[in-house]
Structure formats: C-alpha cells, structure tokens
Design a protein around this ligand. Structure first.
Ligand code: AMP
Ligand code: FES
Ligand code: ZN
Ligand code: ZN
Length: 307
C-alpha cells in the first residue's frame, strides 16, 4: 500500500474514499477536509469566537488541535460531570483535557457540576429516577444546557462538538427506525443561532471515527480511551456495530447514508433545526432565562426543582 500523493509507504487505507496516505500527507489531508466542510456548511469564520466542547476523548481533542492549527480563535470548555465511582472517568478526562490545553497553550474553562449545581450526574439520576434509568438522557440535557449558558455568558459565536460521522450515522439510524421527525430535523451539521441559543456546529460530521483516531495517534495526542461507564450497553453503540458491519461489506455506507440524509434536508423534507425555532420556543424560563416552550421552568431547572 503506497501513498497516493508521494508513493511512500501508506499508514492508512481509506476504502470509503479509495485513498491511501502516508503519515505526512494524512496529517495534511484531514485538516483540509475539515476546512472544506466548515466552508461547505457555513459553520463559522476566522472572526468568530469559538467554544470547543472537549470531553478528553479523541474526537474533541483532535478537533481542537485542527481548528487551532487552521488559525481559528478557540477556547475549550470541559464539564466535570462527576462520573467517578470505581474508575475515575471524569477525573481522568479532566486531567487529560487540562494537560492538552497546557501543552498547547490554549485557554480552557472547567465547569464542575458538583460545585456549580450542587450535584453530580449520578447523584441527579439517583434522586430523579432512583438510579433505575441510565443517566445518559439527563446527562445529555445537562450538557446542552450548561454549554449553551456558558457560551451566552461568554458571548461566544458558536459551540463546536467532536461528533464524528459514526456518531451522526448511528443517531440517524436510530431516529430513522423510530421515524422521529423531531430529531430527524436536528441532524444538520450546523444549527443557526436564535435568541437565547448559540449557534452549534459539528466540523467532524464527515470524518470517520477511524480517521479521527488515526489522526490523534499520529499527532501523538494523549486522549482518554475509556468510554463513559454508563454508555457501555447504549443503543448508540449497538447501532454503530451494525453500521460497521455494513461498512465492512460495502465501504462508504455510513457516509452515503449521512450525505443522502443531508440532501433530503436541503430539499426541505423536514423543517431544519427545530430546536432553535423561535415559533416553538417563545418563552423564557423564569429561573435561568433560557428559552423554553413549557410555559414554566425549562427542563434543566425542573430537574433541580424536584429536590
Ligand atoms: P458524546 O456525547 O460523549 O459522544 O460526546 C460528543 C461531544 O460532546 C464530544 O465530542 C464533545 O465535543 C462534547 N462533550 C462530551 N462530553 C463533554 C464534557 N464532559 N465536557 C465538554 N464537552 C463534552
Ligand atoms: Fe453522560 Fe455518560 S457521559 S452519562
Ligand atoms: Zn505521502
Ligand atoms: Zn431554566
């Protein structure tokens, strides 16, 4: 296997793109792809103040590294969810993010759920569902709210996350099987800003998980390899495994599935980005001021009200 650009020994063969590259050309190629996708989906510009949500995992750290290398103005934010029992998952993630920021001299903001809101994710889950339910959905809601609030307070133009193609295709498969039109409308790589909501973008939406892992390893970026202990048997992992089987049989399946979905959105099959639609979300939460359509406290503040 030889590099398509220089003929040297290739380190990666991407069957889905019919492309093999050596380390040097791969490390050049990935940022070029990301820049192309940022422009294609009009995610943000070089003038924007960008908040990168970093979890300590390979995708968000690779993304931060790439955006910084491309010359974007970035600051990182890490939410310490307090998922530490047994394996110190949050603690180790925080240490990984902190050392990445320090080594690259990048600004990082730390938000500690316990200190800021008085409870960790496992504690919230224990209180609200007596620990009977997997905390992932409450955790997702908390992360979205906390990131949005932090970006509003800091006047950021956009929040970016490290969601990759495997994440997006798995979510898309799950939502398609459920015909969940509400969620299907939110899968675009960028959701525009609306009063009370910061713009959100996923610059890795077309980057395979394997490609992002290879980038992190070749760049020698230290990342946390363990998954959140609550996600071990999640639905998303199940769908990812199925998509991987299809991808093995027919390289490019994940990308085709996702790109055809984006085309369908472009053709107006679903209303795009409902989450940020002002007709639906026209009232403010009396506690935190973020938009809500409940007529009372927003979903985040309701979690703490039932204490
Ligand atoms: P996940 O939902 O864990 O697959 O994460 C998807 C993306 O959300 C990551 O790539 C990060 O950009 C962001 N993210 C996840 N967890 C955190 C966290 N604890 N703090 C900040 N950002 C996070
Ligand atoms: Fe939130 Fe796993 S990261 S429950
Ligand atoms: Zn080469
Ligand atoms: Zn609220």
């Amino acid at each position: 296997m030889r590099c398509r650009k220089c003929g040297e020994k290739a380190v990666i063969n991407m069957r889905q793109h019919r492309l093999s590259l050596c380390a040097e050309h791969y490390l050049e190629w990935i940022p070029q792809q990301v820049q192309r996708h940022i422009e294609k989906y009009e995610m943000f510009s070089f003038d924007d103040k960008i908040l990168v949500a970093v979890s300590g995992g390979k995708d968000s750290l690779a993304l931060w590294n790439i955006l910084n290398g491309l010359g974007y103005k970035t600051e990182g934010v890490y939410i310490d969810l307090g998922i530490d029992e047994g394996i110190d998952y949050s603690r180790n993630s925080r240490l990984t993010v902190e050392s990445f920021a320090e080594n690259n001299q990048l600004p990082i903001h730390l938000i500690n759920m316990q200190k800021k809101h008085g409870e960790t994710i496992p504690e919230i889950n224990q209180r609200t569902h007596r620990g009977r339910r997997n905390p992932c959905s409450v955790c997702g809601l908390v992360k979205r709210h906390v990131l949005n609030q932090f970006s509003l307070d800091g006047s950021f133009d956009v929040i970016v996350t490290g969601h990759n193609l495997d994440d997006e295709a798995a979510i898309l498969l799950a939502n398609t099987l459920d015909w969940s039109l509400e969620f299907l409308s939110r899968g675009y790589p960028v959701l525009p800003a609306k009063p009370g909501f910061t713009r959100k973008a996923k610059p890795f939406c077309r980057i395979y998980e394997r490609e992002s892992a290879a980038y992190t390893i070749l760049r020698k970026i230290n990342f946390i390899n363990s998954e959140c202990p609550f996600s071990i048997d999640s639905k998303q992992i199940y769908y990812k495994e199925i998509l991987n089987q299809w991808e093995d049989d027919k390289p490019g399946t994940k990308l085709r599935f996702y790109l055809h979905y984006l085309k369908t959105l472009d053709q107006g099959a679903f209303p795009r980005g409902q989450e940020n639609d002002q007709e639906l979300i026209d009232q403010q939460c009396p506690n935190c001021g973020q938009p809500t359509n409940t007529g009372g406290l927003c979903a985040f503040c309701q979690i703490f009200e039932v204490k």
